[in-house]
Write a protein that binds this ligand. Sequence first.
Ligand SMILES: [Zn+2]
Length: 318
Amino acid sequence: MSLAPQTVEEALPTEPGACALCGSREGSPFARGWDFEYGTTHDELTFRRCACGGVFLDPRPAPAALARIYPSNYYSYDFANKLGPLVMRFKAFTERAKARAYEPYLSPGARVLDIGSGDGHLLRQIGEAYPHPLALEGVEFSDHGIAATEAAGYRVHCGRIEEVELPARAFDLVILNQLIEHVRDPRDVLERIGASLKPKGHLFIETPNIDSLDARLFRRRYWGGYHLPRHFHLFDTRGLHRLVESAGLVQVAQKPLVCPQFWIISVQNWLKERGAERFAERVVSPFNPLLLAPVTLLEILHQRFWWTSNQQLVARPR
Ligand SMILES: [Zn+2]
């Protein structure tokens, strides 16, 4: 942990949460837990379920707490150093598969924006997957991510997606992977992205799905998709569809994605609360290739029969 102990001891600055789908602040308790992964607070946190089906963190970290809940060792800032070579290869493999899924939406010269582009790893995979030239750009706020993405030759819009000014009707493809669940007002973010799409452009969203088998098994406390206290909103397939349509977009496709990480993190969280912290970190870890491989096979089966804990939705402007 990179934080000083006295910082962790202090109460986390919070604000009230609200349902992303209807704006209601009322909801029944859905799940409770800690920051199992990074230990940035000792406070227990609660997800509530709105009568309309939306699930939201309440209370949630206030803007003043953002630097604390995303510590400098947060994994998406620096994949190459955190993940070993085998896991990096696995990640590159899944990202190449992702890059191929974008193909129907990419003509030569298409302008592509990856929001939360980290160190530019997905932009690199897209650039390598297509023989024709593309204009590849990212949105990123971490200094490390901005520097790495610029060094790789891609343009970066610096800042958080809630703050950056996006050009109007500019992009053929916008990618929003594992990010919509982190923002305070998902509908506002989607409306702004919608305005940045060309009339025939498309938006790809990936976000956790609370309707999966592992989400149900570990629902009360340990599910990896909670990522407490960094996920402010969670959706099932219908909720994500409603959100997108309410932001003035039209859903084109929706499908489950293989997600072995949430199974592993769920068990890891369960073990950590039972005092097996070191074993959990070393062995039951999403960075352990010996575990990642068999759980991925199970997830491929899971995906054939049910919604997995990760969903992808494709939308276009109305
Ligand atoms: Zn609601």
